[in-house]
Design a binder for this molecule. Structure first.
Ligand code: HQG
Length: 182
């Protein structure tokens, strides 16, 4: 399976397992799971055909392990805009986590902190390299450090997804550290 096809199927799965299942007549259960057979049939009925073999390849080959398969079902590991309860355990974060963004959002972020925007949670990365890649999706990346030890101490709740993304509802500005040049 070539890289372009892998990306295409992966994007299709992200769209329908995170954001618009109803677009192809899918219903996710409350944990965000759907039967793989049903997903493949619904996609085909709406004009996008892929095989079980291709799906398995995308799940395994995906650099970010965006999807999880359990038995006959699949779900997105994080990143939803539709209401789902991933049932993730709360976890104690490391002392610092990182958030990659871009210059044009910094004024708003300084004023109101990090907000989940279209997703359910703010996504934080375990290292600067990952945060740099996340920020670079939108332009020249700016990496913010988050004093997660202080947040945890102050009662903010963290969860960690199956693919190592840290999730929290919001990051108030006092916990953010901006690079000196910004
Ligand atoms: C910014 C991808 C203005 C925030 C990535 C970000 C990640 C604010 C954007 C995952 C703000 C939201 C998540 C505020 C936050 N005012 N802008 N108060 N608070 N922002 O895509 O963190 O490919 O929802 O900095 O790799 O960029 O989907 O979040 O720029 O892991 O698997 O608002 O999505 O993974 O953007 O990315 P997003 P994100 P997937």
């Amino acid at each position: 399976m070539d890289e372009r096809r892998t990306v295409k199927v992966s994007k299709y799965l992200s769209k329908h397992l995170r954001h618009q299942p109803e677009r192809i007549g899918l219903t996710l259960d409350e944990g965000g799971w759907v039967e793989i057979d049903v997903l493949i049939a619904s996609a085909a009925a709406h004009g996008f055909t892929f095989t079980r073999h291709e799906l398995d390849h995308v799940v395994v080959a995906n650099d970010k392990r965006r999807f999880a398969v359990e038995g006959t079902r699949i779900r997105a590991s994080q990143g939803h805009s539709v209401e789902v309860d991933l049932g993730l355990p709360t976890a104690t974060p490391p002392s610092y986590l990182y958030h990659g963004t871009v210059d044009r959002f910094l004024d708003a972020i300084r004023a109101e902190g990090l907000r989940p925007m279209n997703r359910h949670d703010v996504h934080l990365s375990p290292d600067r390299e990952t945060a740099t890649r996340v920020g670079a999706r939108r332009g020249r990346p700016v990496v913010l450090s988050v004093d997660t030890a202080a947040m945890h101490h102050d009662g903010h709740v963290f969860q960690v997804s199956a693919n190592g993304v840290w999730l929290t509802k919001a990051v108030p500005p006092q916990y953010l550290r901006f690079p000196e040049s910004h």
